[in-house]
Structure formats: C-alpha cells, structure tokens
Design a protein around this ligand. Structure first.
Ligand SMILES: *Cc1c(COP(=O)(O)O)cnc(C)c1O
Length: 419
C-alpha cells in the first residue's frame, strides 16, 4: 500500500519520495558558505520535520501545564498527551506494556539509570561486565565508574578488521562471574550492525541480562524488543528527528520493578515521611521531578512521522545510499574506508591519505558538506583501528544520491588543496 511518502506499483517495492520528504525539513534548504547545505551528520543529531515543530507549537500554545498533579483542564490535557506519547513509543519498539517505557533525557541517562538502578544492586567485587570494542563512551564510562566503585571487572568483545564482533571470543568471555552484557546495536563510528539477537540469546543461556544501546539503531531499523528479547534498550530522541533532552529506556517490567530508583524527588513516590518513602509503581518510580513534557510529546510526533513513512522503507532507502556511497568512495584514490561490516547502517568513516580529518571536515564545510571529524566518542575503537580520528558521513532517509555526489566532489576538492 502507498503512503503519501512513497510510490510503487504492484511489481516494485515502495520507493521513498525524497523530494516530498525534504519539503518537511526547512533546515535542509539552508546554504552554507554560499553552497546548498548537504547534511551528513545524522549520527550525531538528525533534523526535525515540520509536523514535529507543529506539534510542539500546538502543545505550547494550547496544552501546556505540569502533568500528573492537578485536575484542571490544561494539566489533564498535558498528562494525556504525555502518556499518549509513551504509548506511541511502546508501539514503536513493540514493548509488551507502556509502563516498560521510561522517559529519560537520552541514551546516556538511560544507561546511567541501569548502572545505578540495577548495577549497584546486582554487581559486586569480582563480578564481570561484558562490553564490546565498538562501544560509545556512554556505554563504557558509566560501567567503568561502577566497576571502580565495586571492584568489578570489564571484559571486552573484540572485532575483526572489517568492524564485525567476534562471536566465538564473545562466547568464551562468559563464566560464573558474568553479571551483565551491554552492547551497541549499531556502531556510531563504523555503522556495523551487531548481531544483538544472537548475543542476547547466548547471554540468556548463561542467565545473564543484556542492555542494548540503541542510539544508532532506533532511527534506522524496525525495532522489536520482544523479538530481540533484550532486558533493557536505550535510545535518544534527537537522533530520531525529535527534540534534544528526551530519550527512552525500555526495561522488562519485572526487572524495573525490582530496581532501585536512580533519582529521588516529586512524582516518583507513593508516600513520604521523614522516616521513609515508598515509591510509585513503574514508570513513575524512574521519572522523578517534572519531566521534559514537551520533548516527550515531540518525540511521539517524530515517531508518528517515521511510522507514516515506514521504517522498512527508510531502511531500504538508506541502504541504497550506503551502497552508492561505498562504491564511489572506495573508487577514489587516497581514500581509506574504515568499517566494512557485511551488515551495516548508512555510516561511512574514512581517512584521506596525508590529510588530517579535522582539515577534511573544515574544507568540506566550505563546500556546504557537513560531516563529523574526531574520535566519535569511541576512543578505544579508534585505538583498535590504529587512527586518532576519522571523518564520518552519516545518512538519513532525507539524503539523496546527489548528496553522495556532493560528498565525493568535496573530497576531490579537499585532495586538490593538499596535492
Ligand atoms: C549518540 C550516542 C549515544 C549517546 O546519546 P546521547 O543522546 O548523547 O545521550 C550513545 N551511544 C551511541 C551508539 C550513540 O550514537
């Protein structure tokens, strides 16, 4: 069936109508340095479409009040919109229940919530936590802080030169002290799609729960936390065409119920005396204080927008961009692609022979092309690759083959400057 965003005939799969889509993203009409903006920094933050801005404006102009605490009209309207957003997010990840969806400020807070709420209760001296060499600092540093506090040990799954995790080595890491696996679904630096479903099954066979860092997967894949069978899943709104300051932590209800809250305050309690406090049921137990109400509602609108297009259609379009970009970048002399996993999201990390990635980014900016340069919050991975930094082009569904051509032309002109 056609959505307004796709065209197809009975014999071809739906194809994204990218021109239609781009009309929803006013920021893509900007010029930078006199050139049309080519935005290829989507792995850091994606852009927001008009329907999300319209929803935020409607909320602020006619629905805003604090939630959960009053019986007046606006408070009830805001509460209903906030809880409706939770149900939208529940459906988006196919969670069993809406109370398994905790609103956080982003992936970082979601992981920290598990570290403090689950880790401090369940991890003791000598216990082991399994991470992978591909992790973002957000999925390393909080565990290291916990390991330091408790005297626990971090074990790291290695990868091959293509950026694929080595599952035999992963399996060999398990022993009777293993307490948790925390793994990224998609690498932000290389684009590798990790075999998390297999990794989760293996961990469960050892009785070990798994947290998935889904910051890079949520915007690009159709998610199903029940099918993955993960115990926790964290992602951010701003990489999903939503606002900053909002994210989701999914947790299995039984685990969340057994966990200690990470933040104390209003709205997360049942009763309070100076002697003791009893906590509210989930999800409120983990949402102390006034939450980012507008941002949560905006994220709900962003997810509605993505679902109207269809995540499989988005994934197919981005895969076509990845293939085209990989083909053209690898054909350029002096370009080395890092990360050539068979299963990849539309992220291209590269270095140019003899040119510092920072100069690559600066000169590409003069061509209107926005890429990110640096260590991508993955210094251990950079060390494994033997580079200090890379340039990274990361694509979203509103990017086009012409954007890839602009990147290729931009790289050529950078190389000319240094020739
Ligand atoms: C961006 C990112 C994070 C951190 O997300 P925040 O929105 O900054 O909290 C964590 N992990 C991965 C893989 C990311 O790409």
């Amino acid at each position: 069936m056609n959505t307004p965003f796709t065209s197809s005939t009975s014999s071809t799969p739906p194809v994204l109508d990218v021109a239609r889509i781009r009309a929803d993203f006013p920021i893509l009409q900007l010029t930078v340095a006199g050139k049309p903006l080519v935005y290829l920094d989507n792995a850091a933050s994606s852009q927001m479409p008009l329907p999300v801005m319209d929803r935020l404006r409607r909320y602020q102009t006619s629905e805003h009040a604090n939630i959960h605490r009053a019986v007046h009209y606006l408070s009830e309207t805001a509460t209903a919109a906030y809880e409706a957003a939770r149900i939208t997010l529940q459906r988006f990840i196919n969670a069993r229940e809406a109370r398994e969806v905790i609103f956080t400020s982003g992936t970082t807070e979601g992981i920290n919530l598990v570290v403090h709420g689950w880790g401090r209760q369940n991890i003791k001296a000598g216990d082991e936590i399994i991470l992978t060499v591909l992790e973002h600092h957000s999925n390393i540093v909080p565990w290291q802080m916990l390991a330091l506090e408790k005297g626990a040990v971090i074990r790291v799954v290695p990868m091959n030169d293509a950026g694929e995790l080595l599952l035999d080595n992963y399996e060999a890491l398990f022993n009777e002290r293993t307490r948790l696996v925390s793994v990224g679904h998609v690498s932000n630096a290389l684009g590798s799609i990790n075999p998390v479903k297999k990794m989760i099954a293996l961990a469960h066979a050892h009785g070990v729960p798994v947290l998935v860092d889904g910051a890079q997967a949520a915007p690009h894949l159709a998610l199903d936390v029940q099918d993955l069978d993960c115990d926790f899943y964290a992602f951010s709104g701003h990489k999903l065409c939503g606002p900053t300051g909002i994210g989701v932590l999914y947790g299995r209800a039984a685990l969340l119920e057994a966990m200690q809250p990470f933040k104390g305050g209003g709205d997360m309690i049942h009763t309070v005396t100076f002697e003791q406090t009893t906590y509210a049921p989930i999800p409120n137990k983990f949402e102390a204080g006034t939450p980012p109400i507008a941002a949560a509602i905006g994220l709900g609108a962003a997810v509605d927008y993505l679902c109207r297009i269809g995540m499989p259609v988005i994934a197919a379009h981005e895969h076509a961009l990845l293939r085209y970009a990989t083909e053209h970048l690898s054909a350029l002399p002096g370009v080395r692609l890092l990360g050539t996993a068979r299963d990849k999201a539309a992220v291209l990390s590269f270095v140019l022979a003899g040119i510092h990635p920072h100069d690559v980014g600066t000169l590409l900016n003069q061509e209107g092309v926005a890429v990110r340069t640096g260590h991508h919050c993955a210094q251990p991975l950079m060390r494994r690759l033997g580079v200090a930094a890379t340039s990274r082009a990361s694509f979203a569904f509103y990017n086009t083959l012409a954007d890839v051509d602009a990147l290729v032309a931009g790289i050529r002109s950078v190389q000319k400057v240094f020739a």
